[in-house]
Design a protein around this ligand. Structure first.
Ligand code: ADP
Ligand code: MG
Length: 290
């Protein structure tokens, strides 16, 4: 509900008007092994403290990548760095290394973080519809920041995004009601509709189901599987079953002896859960640690 929650919608005008216009989308075709996001030698600091150290990771397009690991291993800081949202946290955040979306260096000096957050959207742990806005206005909040759009364009976007978020049938007769009057699971799907309304390439989700009941959780998981066709999804989850059910690849983070978050290994989810290469991964997924 704070400035952080509002930032994915902090969208500037025409991207061409910004110093570094983002290049063509990083997303290839579904089923193609295209790299959407390339992370190289990434170090994330708060003040002097190194929180996440030396991450190298490629995220494939049109896949769901799960990020798992013990509490405090820097999962949230890491995924928030993928759209430069962690920069809005207190504590003097600082970054070295690179994150690329396709050919676009998200941390280049000329890169506008507002554009980054447009291309890399975010869904939070606690559903956070804008409380003063209707369902309709929540969905198009980001689009409206791009300038005046005809009513028919907005109507179409609302229906399209709510359909894509598997929420349309439940809300089509009450679009003018407040977004916060919905159930938790519906609110989270509304937040997903809001995130996709600006047509990002990548959607980051930080424990998107941890505030939801099991049925609402399954609905969101089904939805993620649907969205994978159009988007690249990176999801932090502490729920091993969820990672196993929903993701194509899994990245396991842990803490090293200096209490820095490190990426231990990444691989096909099936491999990580049945045949991890690293003992620390095995200890975590079998519940011996974390
Ligand atoms: N704004 C901040 N300022 C200082 N330290 C922070 C800030 N946010 C997170 N941290 C620290 O970074 C570490 C990793 O946190 P986080 O990324 O939330 O881990 P996870 O999501 O894996 O639980 C923790 O030790 C946390 O205290
Ligand atoms: Mg976290």
């Amino acid at each position: 509900m704070t400035k952080v929650a509002r930032t994915p919608l902090g969208i500037a005008g025409d991207p061409r008007a910004v110093g570094s216009a983002p290049p063509a989308p990083a997303n290839g075709r579904p089923g193609e092994d295209t790299i959407a996001v390339q992370v190289q030698d990434l170090n994330l600091y708060y003040g002097e403290r190194l929180i996440v150290a030396g991450v190298n990771l490629s995220i494939n397009s049109h896949e769901i990548t799960a990020v798992i690991g013990p509490s405090g291993s820097g999962k949230s800081t890491f995924i928030r760095s993928l759209n430069r949202m962690h920069e809005l946290s207190p504590g003097q955040p600082r970054v070295t290394g690179t994150v690329r979306l396709g050919d676009w260096n998200l941390y280049a000096p000329a890169t506008d973080p507002v554009q980054v957050r447009r291309r890399v959207g975010m869904v939070f742990q606690k559903p956070n519809p804008f409380p003063t806005m209707s369902i309709y206005d929540n969905v198009v909040a980001g689009l409206r920041l791009e300038g005046r759009l005809a009513r028919s364009v907005l109507d179409e976007a609302v229906e399209g995004c709510l359909r894509q978020a598997a929420l349309w049938d439940e809300v089509k007769d009450k679009l003018r009601q407040s977004g916060v009057a919905l159930s938790g699971g519906q609110q989270q799907r509304l937040c997903i509709a809001r995130a996709i309304a600006v047509k990002p390439d990548v959607i980051l989700m930080d424990e998107p189901c941890s505030a939801l009941d099991p049925i609402a959780t399954l609905k969101v998981e089904d939805l993620m599987r649907e969205l994978e066709r159009d988007y690249t999804i990176i999801v932090v989850t502490h729920n091993m079953q969820q990672a196993a059910r929903v993701s194509d690849r899994t990245a396991f983070f842990s803490l090293d002896e200096r209490h820095q978050g490190i990426l231990i290994e990444v691989g096909a989810t099936r491999e990580i859960f049945t045949n991890p290469r690293d003992q620390r991964t095995e200890d975590y997924i079998t519940g011996r640690f974390g």
